[in-house]
Design a binder for this molecule. Sequence first.
Ligand SMILES: [Zn+2]
Length: 198
Amino acid sequence: MPGKVDAMTMPSWVSGDESKPAPMPLLLVQSFVNTWDGDHNSDLLLDPASARDWLTRAGLWSVDRTPDPAELHRARAVREGIRAILMANGGGPAPAPAATETLRAVAQAGRPALKVDPGGQVSVTVEPADEPDAGLLALLLVIRDAQRDGTWQRLKACGNPDCRWAFYDRSHGQVGAWCDMATCGNRIKNRRLRQRPR
Ligand SMILES: [Zn+2]
């Protein structure tokens, strides 16, 4: 399949459970959202040491220290804000304003820099890169680009409320609603069938 990322060549910061990876650099946003794993009840952004390790490998943390609890709290709030938008991408309700509050605060405080390289390529970067919020801003820039090139709508959060795993929908017509039809899709469909009034 064109554009499919081979599991063997996946960067180390991508979960081994990633069966529907987004193209780069949107894969970074997807992997960030999937640092919380509802199935295994694990969160890579909870413990400062493991958070620093993951964020550094993903290129989202260049500060010469471990993130403090407030910074991790903000990172998780940004993550859940992005997830709320991905729920809407998957056909769920529009995110509540409170869900994206931290996302908006990070965006508002950020100072992206415009750059022109010697060849004339114009890019937006986050300067300086070693600010605690630089990685979160970098994620927002990736989201902005994806919204412009049309790939954003394909990044969705699984419709199973216990799962909410971020997956990239390559289906024709972008009709996918589950991270995996065999597990989440059938589980939810069976639950709805049981709940149907007789
Ligand atoms: Zn799922």
